[in-house]
Ligand binder design. Structure first.
Ligand SMILES: [Ca+2]
Ligand SMILES: [Ca+2]
Length: 413
């Protein structure tokens, strides 16, 4: 064989080997790319280009996109743990498995507090809360300082103002903002008098001024009835329809009018707070109205005497009393005019005014029924009058400390 032939054979072998080598598929490496999730409820990943296998060195671009409240967070797997490229290009140099992690990053809206509303109540109040499915709901009764996990209907029973708010947290830990605060005041206790109703003015012949005070905001009701009629219940006093609003710890003046001159009344008072708690017991004030021209003299019965206390304020500025004569009769011996009655005691005292005259000392045997007659002298509207004020007490046993009144009808004109 010639050298030329050998070269030809050699080239032919080399070509053959080269052709064989080029046509062998196993000689180009190919790799698998596994991506999760391709798609599910949280999101999906687009793979470009999308192939079963990738030749060595091929670049592939992965683009994740979230669904609903989920958005792409990071990659995991094959050396990409924690990578946050949300369009990731990988070079295929070996098999690659990548997981796109999507996260719920949207907080739920505030939950809804139901079956209750801001206000003041005189009974326990219950509420429920509704929120997102699967979320953890919490509520706070102090405006958001301390929280309790909600599971079912809650009852507010403590007497105070509850500052109610709620919030919810989804599975991913996103917490809603708080609901608007709801102020629920539970008050099951009726108000107390800090000043019981008392007469401040006998304004005129047909009205009377009453002053009182309670320890919380609310309403005072009153009912006017004739003296001695059966005491009404608290709700009957309320039903009379005479209501006057009152602020907490503030003196309230109420003028009660349409009273008839020459009549005795019992006026009953009862207080109710703004939650609707009505006192169980009413308070009574006895009111005695006199005529326009009348003068009421109160006598305080002491151990050893009788004190002239006052005239009614309407008449006081027109009358100056300078002499008081008290005449005491046995009740059984006294007829309507005192005619023929035997005087038990009779005493006269003078002074510049009623207060100057003061007490009148008299000794009366105890446990007898007496009738008192008072005769007063002084001036009416500057004109001197003598002995013309005369009145008679209600009769009965004179008890020490008791107050008896005499009404005298005189003209002030
Ligand atoms: Ca969410
Ligand atoms: Ca109350």
């Amino acid at each position: 064989m010639s050298f030329k032939k050998l070269i030809v054979i050699g080239l032919a072998l080399m070509l053959l080997v080269g052709v064989v080598g080029c046509s062998d598929d196993d000689s180009v490496k190919k790799y698998n790319l596994t991506v999760e999730p391709k798609t599910d409820g949280t999101g999906e990943v687009t793979v470009e280009p999308l192939k079963d296998k990738y030749e060595e060195g091929k670049e592939v671009t992965l683009t994740p996109s979230g669904k609903g409240e989920h958005s792409f967070d990071h990659w995991e797997g094959s050396g990409y743990d924690g990578n946050t490229d949300n369009s990731l290009t990988v070079e295929m140099t070996n098999d690659i498995t990548l997981v796109a992690v999507f996260k719920d990053s949207v907080a739920p809206s505030s939950p809804t507090i139901e079956d209750i509303s801001t206000g003041t109540y005189n009974s326990n109040q219950t509420f429920t809360i509704s929120g997102e499915t699967g979320a953890t709901i919490e509520y706070s009764k102090d405006g958001g300082t301390s929280w309790t996990e909600y599971s079912s209907e809650v009852t507010l029973s403590k007497e105070k103002t509850h500052n109610l708010v709620a919030r919810q947290t989804d599975d991913a830990g996103n917490t809603s903002s708080n609901t608007d605060a709801m102020k629920i005041t539970i008050d099951k206790t009726a108000p107390n008098w800090t000043t019981e109703p008392n007469i401040t003015t006998t304004a005129d012949a047909s009205s009377v001024g009453i002053s009182s005070q309670v320890d919380e905001e609310g309403t005072i009701y009153y009912k006017v009835i004739s003296d001695g009629v059966t005491k009404p219940t608290a709700s009957e006093v309320k039903s009379a329809g005479n209501s006057n609003s009152i602020s907490a710890d503030t003196i309230k003046e109420i003028t009660i009018d349409s009273l008839n001159a020459g009549t005795e009344y019992d006026i009953f008072f009862v207080a109710e707070d703004s939650a609707g708690n009505l006192q169980s017991e009413s308070r009574v004030k006895k009111v005695e109205k006199v005529g326009e021209s009348g003068v009421v003299i109160n006598f305080q019965i002491g151990g050893g005497g009788i004190g002239v206390q006052s005239v009614n304020t309407k008449a006081e500025d027109k009358i100056i009393i300078t002499e008081v004569e008290l005449i005491i009769y046995e009740e059984s011996d006294y007829d309507i005019n005192g005619k023929n009655a035997k005087v038990v005691k009779n005493k006269t005292k003078t002074g510049s005014s009623l207060s100057d005259i003061g007490g009148i000392g008299l000794y009366l045997p105890s446990n007898n029924n007496y009738t008192l007659v008072a005769k007063l002298s002084g001036t009416i509207n500057g004109k001197v009058e003598s002995g013309i004020y005369q009145g008679t007490t209600e009769t009965g046993i004179l008890e020490a400390g008791a107050t008896k009144s005499i009404t005298m009808e005189v003209s002030l004109n």
